[in-house]
Design a protein around this ligand. Structure first.
Ligand code: ADP
Ligand code: ASP
Ligand code: MG
Length: 467
């Protein structure tokens, strides 16, 4: 018997026969004698819709709120319509969705009356996506004659701190609760369907784990219940050598190490939560990424094994939505403590620095930050470095490109091939990161050049950088 955690992504769930497909995959595994915990994302782009509604509700009137609710109703009711549920079961699930939509409407109305959105209310609002998808999937499984219960992340036992939007699981409490909640269900032969991405704080408030958090829910649960594997079902064949929306027919990477996959999550290949690989690595649970439309394919397996394929670039990834911050001036030169002042000013305004590079002359420091915090970062530095003869420049129109693969760095000729490929299309490289990781070489280009650079890099280096 194999114990699995199977996570189904929003793109798959919202596809034409998504709910039936998930039913097929879960029931097949149940028939093979596997024990499975299912984790679901919100349908399609429901989380984006909810986030938008949360922000806009401050200015909305009742009618505008109803407009958003109707759109969400349509998405869910049409998914229920296309499921295999019989009519009476369909209306039961529609009823559950209506109850959630009513609570959502009240919450949005509260935001609109106050004209104010707290991080706590935002989490409550976005939690409804997964709270509506989980009962639909659970009903589909029951329809096939397999016992199933749907649970929120909190009900499944995930306890976090109260840093809303990016809540951090409290490990010991989570492990204890998850085992207590889920193991008896597995023993009874039931399939728990857990709403991914959402959890509960120790004070009982709804929290979320951060974008792409359902993958994190899956690995967390797997580590708590000693699962044999985690299967992440999505709409592509696995981790691909590049984003299929940029490069035509990229190949599937058969195997990656936890560290390589972590690096890719950070650099935005697949929208995976950057911390999702942590629990899998700690408890040595292999993670498979598989295509729900083509389950016969092996997909990508992520394990502890790191195959150093002699300088080979395995995947080219892009981080968009970032900004470049350059601090320059003679006074940066040879003055101990200046770099420390720069970074502590940013840290005190909670600006997260993704990449750093300092010129050899020390006359400038360049940094990459998330685009929404670029202005805040500029302000923090101006305040800190006022009157020091230092110039601070922010450029919001850049992207980071990363070539990822173990054993690439330090190999002769790799960097030359990478930058040669980019230069061959006339793309200007604005900054090269001095990351300590052996797993990637990353650099910054103008946003408008990003796709061209990715294509050049992919065609000239993936799988064949060597001598
Ligand atoms: P899901 O809805 O299953 O959670 P995600 O949105 O998290 O899916 O990510 C899947 C999408 O990520 C794919 O449809 C694909 O277009 C995109 N993607 C970008 N880069 C890659 C890559 N290197 N490998 C696989 N998918 C990628
Ligand atoms: N629904 C959440 C998001 O869109 C979590 C996830 O899909 O993993 O970020
Ligand atoms: Mg996702």
């Amino acid at each position: 018997m194999t114990r699995l955690v199977m996570k189904f992504g929003g793109s798959l769930l919202a596809s034409r026969h998504g709910i039936k497909l998930v039913g097929d995959l879960v029931v097949e595994s149940h028939k093979r004698g596997d024990e499975a915990v299912v984790v679901v994302s919100a349908l399609g782009d429901v989380t984006d819709m909810l986030l938008q509604a949360a922000n806009d509700a401050r200015r909305w009137n009742e009618e505008e709120i109803l407009g958003a609710i109707n759109e969400l109703r349509q998405t869910h009711v049409s998914a229920i319509d296309r499921s295999s549920l019989r009519d009476d079961k369909k209306s039961e699930v529609v009823h559950a969705v209506e109850a959630s939509l009513e609570k959502l409407r009240e919450t949005l109305l509260g935001v609109s009356i106050l004209g104010e959105l707290s991080p706590r209310s935002r989490d409550l609002i976005v939690s409804f996506g997964e709270r509506m998808s989980a009962p639909i999937v659970s009903a589909e499984i029951r329809e096939r004659g397999v016992g199933s219960v749907s649970l929120t992340g909190g009900e499944a036992g995930i306890v976090t701190d109260d840093s809303y939007g990016e809540a951090v699981p409290i490990q010991a409490a989570t492990a204890r609760m998850v085992r207590r909640r889920l193991l008896p269900m597995l023993t009874r032969g039931e399939v728990p369907v857990v709403a991914g991405f959402i959890a509960k704080s120790a004070r009982g408030e709804m929290t979320t784990l951060g974008r792409g958090g359902s993958d994190y829910t899956a690995t967390l649960l797997a580590s708590c219940i000693d699962s044999d594997e985690v299967w992440i079902w999505t709409d592509v064949d696995g981790i691909l050598t590049a984003d299929p929306r940029v490069v035509k027919r990229p190949a599937t990477v058969p195997q990656l190490s936890y560290s390589e996959a972590e690096e890719l999550a950070f650099f935005g290949a697949k929208n995976m939560h950057p911390l999702a690989l942590g629990p899998a690595r700690t408890s040595e649970v292999p993670v498979r990424i598989k295509n729900g439309f083509r389950p016969e394919l092996p997909g990508t397996i992520i394990t502890g094994e790191q195959t150093k394929s002699r300088g080979v670039v395995k995947v080219v990834a892009v981080v968009r939505n970032v900004g470049l911050l350059t601090v320059s001036g003679e006074t940066l030169q040879g003055r101990p403590g200046m770099a420390a002042r720069v970074f502590s000013a940013l840290a005190s305004d909670r600006v997260n620095v993704l990449m750093i590079s300092q010129s050899v002359s020390e006359a400038n420091i360049s940094m990459i930050v998330r685009r929404p915090s670029l202005r805040l970062a500029e302000k923090a530095l101006r305040r800190e470095l006022k009157g020091q003869g230092i110039s601070i420049e922010g450029d919001p129109r850049v992207s980071v490109i990363a070539a990822v693969g173990a054993g690439m760095r330090g190999e002769r000729g790799v960097a030359a091939k990478i930058f040669g490929a980019v230069a061959s299309r006339g793309t200007n490289v604005k900054m090269i990161a001095q990351g300590s990781s052996e797993l990637n070489i990353s650099f910054v280009v103008n946003e408008r050049d990003a796709d061209t650079a990715v294509r050049a890099l992919h065609s000239q280096t993936v799988g064949r950088v060597r001598g």
